[in-house]
Design a protein around this ligand. Structure first.
Ligand code: GSH
Length: 317
Protein backbone atom coordinates (compact mmCIF):
# COMPACT_ATOMS: atom_id res chain seq x y z
CA UNK A 1 0.00 0.00 0.00
CA UNK A 2 3.01 2.25 -0.04
CA UNK A 3 3.92 2.11 -3.72
CA UNK A 4 3.53 5.84 -4.38
CA UNK A 5 5.52 6.81 -1.29
CA UNK A 6 8.27 4.35 -2.20
CA UNK A 7 8.33 5.72 -5.74
CA UNK A 8 9.00 9.27 -4.48
CA UNK A 9 11.70 7.87 -2.21
CA UNK A 10 13.31 6.00 -5.13
CA UNK A 11 13.43 9.21 -7.15
CA UNK A 12 15.36 10.87 -4.31
CA UNK A 13 17.71 7.88 -4.06
CA UNK A 14 18.41 8.23 -7.78
CA UNK A 15 19.20 11.93 -7.54
CA UNK A 16 21.24 11.66 -4.31
CA UNK A 17 24.60 11.26 -6.15
CA UNK A 18 23.77 14.36 -8.17
CA UNK A 19 23.13 16.32 -4.95
CA UNK A 20 26.46 15.12 -3.54
CA UNK A 21 28.37 16.13 -6.68
CA UNK A 22 26.46 19.37 -7.22
CA UNK A 23 27.10 20.72 -3.71
CA UNK A 24 30.55 19.10 -3.39
CA UNK A 25 29.50 17.41 -0.12
CA UNK A 26 32.14 15.92 2.15
CA UNK A 27 32.25 12.17 2.93
CA UNK A 28 30.58 12.62 6.39
CA UNK A 29 27.83 14.75 4.79
CA UNK A 30 27.29 12.08 2.09
CA UNK A 31 27.06 9.39 4.81
CA UNK A 32 24.51 11.53 6.66
CA UNK A 33 22.48 11.85 3.46
CA UNK A 34 22.49 8.05 3.04
CA UNK A 35 21.38 7.59 6.68
CA UNK A 36 18.56 10.11 6.17
CA UNK A 37 17.41 8.27 3.07
CA UNK A 38 17.41 4.97 4.98
CA UNK A 39 15.44 6.59 7.82
CA UNK A 40 12.96 8.02 5.31
CA UNK A 41 12.47 4.56 3.79
CA UNK A 42 11.85 3.05 7.19
CA UNK A 43 9.25 5.73 7.95
CA UNK A 44 7.57 5.00 4.62
CA UNK A 45 7.40 1.28 5.51
CA UNK A 46 5.91 2.05 8.93
CA UNK A 47 3.45 4.53 7.42
CA UNK A 48 2.00 1.63 5.40
CA UNK A 49 0.67 0.22 8.69
CA UNK A 50 -0.22 3.48 10.39
CA UNK A 51 -1.70 5.38 7.43
CA UNK A 52 -2.40 2.88 4.63
CA UNK A 53 -3.00 4.49 1.22
CA UNK A 54 -6.63 4.26 0.20
CA UNK A 55 -6.70 1.91 -2.79
CA UNK A 56 -9.57 -0.07 -4.31
CA UNK A 57 -9.73 -3.69 -3.21
CA UNK A 58 -9.20 -5.09 -6.70
CA UNK A 59 -7.18 -3.34 -9.39
CA UNK A 60 -6.52 -4.93 -12.77
CA UNK A 61 -3.49 -3.43 -14.51
CA UNK A 62 -4.02 -3.65 -18.27
CA UNK A 63 -3.34 -2.42 -21.73
CA UNK A 64 -6.76 -2.09 -23.33
CA UNK A 65 -6.27 -4.18 -26.48
CA UNK A 66 -4.53 -7.21 -24.99
CA UNK A 67 -6.08 -10.65 -25.55
CA UNK A 68 -4.45 -11.94 -22.32
CA UNK A 69 -6.08 -9.04 -20.47
CA UNK A 70 -9.41 -9.83 -22.11
CA UNK A 71 -9.16 -13.43 -20.88
CA UNK A 72 -8.96 -12.23 -17.27
CA UNK A 73 -11.22 -9.20 -17.63
CA UNK A 74 -14.01 -11.35 -19.05
CA UNK A 75 -13.72 -13.81 -16.18
CA UNK A 76 -13.82 -10.96 -13.65
CA UNK A 77 -16.85 -9.43 -15.36
CA UNK A 78 -18.53 -12.85 -15.39
CA UNK A 79 -17.94 -13.10 -11.65
CA UNK A 80 -19.54 -9.65 -11.39
CA UNK A 81 -16.60 -8.31 -9.43
CA UNK A 82 -16.25 -4.71 -8.49
CA UNK A 83 -12.76 -3.78 -9.73
CA UNK A 84 -10.87 -0.85 -11.16
CA UNK A 85 -9.01 -1.23 -14.44
CA UNK A 86 -5.75 0.72 -14.52
CA UNK A 87 -4.84 1.24 -18.16
CA UNK A 88 -1.27 1.73 -19.37
CA UNK A 89 0.11 2.40 -22.81
CA UNK A 90 1.12 -0.80 -24.62
CA UNK A 91 4.67 -2.13 -24.08
CA UNK A 92 5.71 0.66 -21.68
CA UNK A 93 5.10 -1.40 -18.54
CA UNK A 94 6.98 -4.35 -19.99
CA UNK A 95 10.08 -2.54 -21.23
CA UNK A 96 10.36 0.08 -18.50
CA UNK A 97 8.68 -1.60 -15.53
CA UNK A 98 9.50 -5.27 -16.16
CA UNK A 99 5.93 -6.47 -15.84
CA UNK A 100 3.38 -7.98 -18.20
CA UNK A 101 -0.36 -7.41 -18.19
CA UNK A 102 -2.81 -8.51 -16.96
CA UNK A 103 -1.65 -7.99 -13.41
CA UNK A 104 -4.08 -8.21 -10.50
CA UNK A 105 -3.53 -6.20 -7.33
CA UNK A 106 -5.51 -7.34 -4.32
CA UNK A 107 -5.78 -5.35 -1.11
CA UNK A 108 -6.46 -7.23 2.11
CA UNK A 109 -6.36 -4.74 4.98
CA UNK A 110 -2.95 -3.08 4.79
CA UNK A 111 -1.44 -5.86 2.67
CA UNK A 112 -1.35 -5.61 -1.11
CA UNK A 113 -0.70 -8.72 -3.17
CA UNK A 114 0.28 -8.59 -6.82
CA UNK A 115 -0.41 -11.49 -9.18
CA UNK A 116 0.93 -11.58 -12.72
CA UNK A 117 0.20 -14.02 -15.54
CA UNK A 118 -3.37 -14.64 -16.64
CA UNK A 119 -3.40 -18.32 -15.60
CA UNK A 120 -2.21 -17.52 -12.05
CA UNK A 121 -4.80 -14.76 -11.77
CA UNK A 122 -7.58 -17.15 -12.78
CA UNK A 123 -6.35 -19.68 -10.19
CA UNK A 124 -6.55 -16.96 -7.52
CA UNK A 125 -10.07 -15.98 -8.61
CA UNK A 126 -11.17 -19.61 -8.51
CA UNK A 127 -9.56 -20.20 -5.12
CA UNK A 128 -11.26 -17.20 -3.64
CA UNK A 129 -14.67 -17.06 -5.30
CA UNK A 130 -15.37 -20.80 -5.42
CA UNK A 131 -15.76 -20.41 -1.66
CA UNK A 132 -17.62 -17.10 -1.67
CA UNK A 133 -19.92 -17.85 -4.63
CA UNK A 134 -19.51 -21.49 -5.84
CA UNK A 135 -22.21 -21.45 -8.54
CA UNK A 136 -20.97 -18.28 -10.18
CA UNK A 137 -17.30 -19.36 -10.01
CA UNK A 138 -17.85 -22.92 -11.33
CA UNK A 139 -16.67 -21.94 -14.84
CA UNK A 140 -13.22 -21.28 -13.37
CA UNK A 141 -12.65 -24.73 -11.90
CA UNK A 142 -9.17 -25.76 -13.08
CA UNK A 143 -9.62 -29.43 -14.03
CA UNK A 144 -6.65 -31.21 -15.62
CA UNK A 145 -8.22 -31.03 -19.10
CA UNK A 146 -8.93 -27.36 -18.76
CA UNK A 147 -5.49 -26.46 -17.50
CA UNK A 148 -3.84 -28.42 -20.32
CA UNK A 149 -6.01 -26.72 -22.92
CA UNK A 150 -5.37 -23.33 -21.33
CA UNK A 151 -1.61 -23.85 -21.64
CA UNK A 152 -2.03 -24.55 -25.35
CA UNK A 153 -4.30 -21.53 -25.76
CA UNK A 154 -1.77 -19.31 -24.00
CA UNK A 155 0.93 -20.50 -26.43
CA UNK A 156 -1.55 -19.75 -29.22
CA UNK A 157 -1.80 -16.24 -27.72
CA UNK A 158 1.95 -15.81 -28.10
CA UNK A 159 1.82 -16.97 -31.74
CA UNK A 160 -0.91 -14.40 -32.28
CA UNK A 161 1.35 -11.72 -30.81
CA UNK A 162 4.03 -12.60 -33.40
CA UNK A 163 1.38 -12.55 -36.13
CA UNK A 164 -0.19 -9.23 -35.10
CA UNK A 165 3.11 -7.42 -34.50
CA UNK A 166 4.53 -8.58 -37.84
CA UNK A 167 1.78 -6.46 -39.43
CA UNK A 168 1.30 -3.67 -36.88
CA UNK A 169 4.94 -2.66 -36.71
CA UNK A 170 4.78 -1.82 -40.42
CA UNK A 171 2.00 0.66 -39.71
CA UNK A 172 3.10 3.15 -37.03
CA UNK A 173 -0.30 4.83 -36.65
CA UNK A 174 -2.18 1.58 -36.26
CA UNK A 175 0.36 0.19 -33.75
CA UNK A 176 0.14 3.39 -31.71
CA UNK A 177 -3.64 3.24 -31.86
CA UNK A 178 -3.61 -0.38 -30.59
CA UNK A 179 -1.21 0.57 -27.79
CA UNK A 180 -3.64 3.23 -26.62
CA UNK A 181 -2.04 6.41 -27.99
CA UNK A 182 -5.53 7.65 -28.96
CA UNK A 183 -7.27 6.20 -25.93
CA UNK A 184 -8.42 8.78 -23.35
CA UNK A 185 -8.02 6.08 -20.65
CA UNK A 186 -4.25 5.97 -21.26
CA UNK A 187 -2.41 8.56 -19.13
CA UNK A 188 -1.54 11.58 -21.29
CA UNK A 189 2.20 11.40 -20.63
CA UNK A 190 2.20 7.76 -21.75
CA UNK A 191 0.36 8.64 -24.94
CA UNK A 192 3.13 11.14 -25.71
CA UNK A 193 5.85 8.68 -24.67
CA UNK A 194 4.45 6.03 -27.04
CA UNK A 195 4.70 8.42 -29.99
CA UNK A 196 8.17 9.60 -29.05
CA UNK A 197 9.57 6.16 -28.31
CA UNK A 198 7.90 4.25 -31.13
CA UNK A 199 11.13 3.33 -33.01
CA UNK A 200 12.72 2.01 -29.80
CA UNK A 201 9.56 0.11 -28.76
CA UNK A 202 9.21 -1.41 -32.24
CA UNK A 203 12.86 -2.51 -32.09
CA UNK A 204 12.36 -4.08 -28.65
CA UNK A 205 9.21 -5.89 -29.77
CA UNK A 206 10.98 -7.26 -32.87
CA UNK A 207 13.84 -8.53 -30.71
CA UNK A 208 11.82 -9.93 -27.80
CA UNK A 209 9.24 -11.70 -29.97
CA UNK A 210 11.89 -12.61 -32.57
CA UNK A 211 9.76 -11.29 -35.37
CA UNK A 212 11.48 -12.63 -38.47
CA UNK A 213 9.82 -13.93 -41.62
CA UNK A 214 10.69 -17.51 -40.61
CA UNK A 215 9.19 -17.11 -37.12
CA UNK A 216 6.15 -15.38 -38.54
CA UNK A 217 5.58 -18.28 -40.97
CA UNK A 218 5.96 -20.76 -38.08
CA UNK A 219 3.50 -18.77 -35.96
CA UNK A 220 0.92 -18.76 -38.78
CA UNK A 221 1.30 -22.53 -39.21
CA UNK A 222 0.75 -23.05 -35.46
CA UNK A 223 -2.20 -20.65 -35.35
CA UNK A 224 -3.90 -22.41 -38.24
CA UNK A 225 -3.27 -25.87 -36.75
CA UNK A 226 -4.86 -24.83 -33.47
CA UNK A 227 -7.80 -23.11 -35.18
CA UNK A 228 -8.40 -26.21 -37.32
CA UNK A 229 -8.43 -28.42 -34.22
CA UNK A 230 -10.77 -26.14 -32.26
CA UNK A 231 -13.01 -25.82 -35.30
CA UNK A 232 -13.24 -29.60 -35.54
CA UNK A 233 -14.05 -29.94 -31.83
CA UNK A 234 -16.79 -27.33 -32.15
CA UNK A 235 -18.28 -29.05 -35.20
CA UNK A 236 -18.82 -32.07 -32.91
CA UNK A 237 -20.16 -30.14 -29.93
CA UNK A 238 -20.63 -26.40 -29.98
CA UNK A 239 -21.29 -26.02 -26.23
CA UNK A 240 -17.66 -26.04 -25.20
CA UNK A 241 -14.21 -26.81 -26.59
CA UNK A 242 -13.99 -29.60 -24.04
CA UNK A 243 -16.71 -32.05 -25.01
CA UNK A 244 -19.21 -32.78 -22.28
CA UNK A 245 -18.27 -29.65 -20.37
CA UNK A 246 -20.36 -26.67 -19.50
CA UNK A 247 -19.07 -23.40 -20.86
CA UNK A 248 -15.88 -22.71 -18.90
CA UNK A 249 -12.91 -20.40 -18.76
CA UNK A 250 -11.06 -22.18 -21.58
CA UNK A 251 -13.93 -21.26 -23.92
CA UNK A 252 -13.70 -17.65 -22.83
CA UNK A 253 -9.92 -17.82 -23.22
CA UNK A 254 -10.24 -19.11 -26.80
CA UNK A 255 -12.79 -16.39 -27.57
CA UNK A 256 -10.54 -13.70 -26.09
CA UNK A 257 -7.56 -14.92 -28.15
CA UNK A 258 -9.66 -15.12 -31.31
CA UNK A 259 -11.14 -11.71 -30.59
CA UNK A 260 -7.73 -10.19 -31.28
CA UNK A 261 -8.16 -10.77 -35.03
CA UNK A 262 -11.92 -11.32 -35.34
CA UNK A 263 -12.80 -8.19 -33.31
CA UNK A 264 -16.37 -9.26 -32.58
CA UNK A 265 -18.82 -6.70 -31.28
CA UNK A 266 -18.45 -6.60 -27.52
CA UNK A 267 -14.72 -7.43 -27.48
CA UNK A 268 -13.42 -6.03 -24.20
CA UNK A 269 -16.88 -5.61 -22.69
CA UNK A 270 -16.71 -1.89 -23.47
CA UNK A 271 -13.13 -1.48 -22.21
CA UNK A 272 -11.37 -1.94 -25.56
CA UNK A 273 -13.59 0.15 -27.81
CA UNK A 274 -11.02 2.93 -28.12
CA UNK A 275 -8.28 0.58 -29.35
CA UNK A 276 -10.15 -1.63 -31.81
CA UNK A 277 -8.23 -2.81 -34.85
CA UNK A 278 -10.98 -2.61 -37.47
CA UNK A 279 -10.76 -4.89 -40.47
CA UNK A 280 -11.12 -2.04 -42.96
CA UNK A 281 -8.13 -0.28 -41.42
CA UNK A 282 -5.54 -3.08 -41.64
CA UNK A 283 -3.21 -3.88 -44.53
CA UNK A 284 -4.40 -6.09 -47.39
CA UNK A 285 -2.04 -8.85 -46.26
CA UNK A 286 -3.36 -8.81 -42.68
CA UNK A 287 -6.95 -8.70 -43.89
CA UNK A 288 -6.12 -11.59 -46.22
CA UNK A 289 -5.18 -13.76 -43.23
CA UNK A 290 -8.30 -12.73 -41.31
CA UNK A 291 -10.61 -13.41 -44.26
CA UNK A 292 -8.92 -16.76 -44.85
CA UNK A 293 -9.40 -17.78 -41.21
CA UNK A 294 -13.03 -16.65 -41.19
CA UNK A 295 -13.70 -18.78 -44.27
CA UNK A 296 -11.69 -21.82 -43.12
CA UNK A 297 -12.91 -22.11 -39.51
CA UNK A 298 -16.65 -21.25 -39.54
CA UNK A 299 -17.55 -23.29 -36.45
CA UNK A 300 -14.84 -21.55 -34.40
CA UNK A 301 -15.84 -18.12 -35.72
CA UNK A 302 -19.54 -18.55 -35.00
CA UNK A 303 -18.75 -19.98 -31.53
CA UNK A 304 -16.70 -16.91 -30.65
CA UNK A 305 -19.29 -14.53 -32.10
CA UNK A 306 -22.03 -16.32 -30.20
CA UNK A 307 -20.10 -16.16 -26.92
CA UNK A 308 -19.48 -12.47 -27.40
CA UNK A 309 -23.09 -11.67 -28.22
CA UNK A 310 -24.67 -13.91 -25.57
CA UNK A 311 -22.15 -14.24 -22.75
CA UNK A 312 -19.97 -11.12 -22.76
CA UNK A 313 -21.91 -8.78 -20.56
CA UNK A 314 -20.32 -5.42 -19.82
CA UNK A 315 -19.77 -4.83 -16.09
CA UNK A 316 -22.89 -3.54 -14.40
CA UNK A 317 -25.10 -4.62 -17.34
N1 GSH B 1 1.90 -15.08 -19.91
C1 GSH B 1 1.31 -13.78 -19.78
C2 GSH B 1 1.41 -13.07 -21.10
C3 GSH B 1 0.88 -11.69 -21.03
C4 GSH B 1 1.35 -10.81 -22.17
O1 GSH B 1 2.10 -11.20 -23.07
N2 GSH B 1 0.87 -9.59 -22.10
C5 GSH B 1 1.27 -8.59 -23.03
C6 GSH B 1 0.03 -7.91 -23.61
S1 GSH B 1 -0.86 -9.05 -24.62
C7 GSH B 1 2.09 -7.55 -22.32
O2 GSH B 1 2.15 -7.50 -21.11
N3 GSH B 1 2.76 -6.70 -23.05
C8 GSH B 1 3.58 -5.71 -22.45
C9 GSH B 1 2.92 -4.40 -22.27
O3 GSH B 1 2.13 -4.06 -23.14
O4 GSH B 1 3.22 -3.71 -21.30
C10 GSH B 1 -0.13 -13.90 -19.28
O5 GSH B 1 -0.73 -14.97 -19.47
O6 GSH B 1 -0.64 -12.96 -18.67
Amino acid sequence: MIENRLFVHSVFVAIAPIIVAWFGLSVPAAILLVLLLLLWRWIVVLSGFVMPEKKPELVLATISASHFVEKVRWSMDRLELDYVEKVSGGTLGAYFGGRTVPQLKVRTGSVRSVIGNSAEILRYLWGRYAVEDPARAAFLEPTTDRVELEQRLDRHGVNLQIWVYRYLLQDRDLALHAWGANNPATPLWQRQALKLLFPLLAFLIRKSFRITEANFARAVTNIEALLAEMNERLEQDDNSLLAGNELNYTDLCFAAMTGLWLMPTGYGGGKADAVRIERDRVSDAMRGDIDRWIAAYPAAVSFVERLYSQQRKAPGA
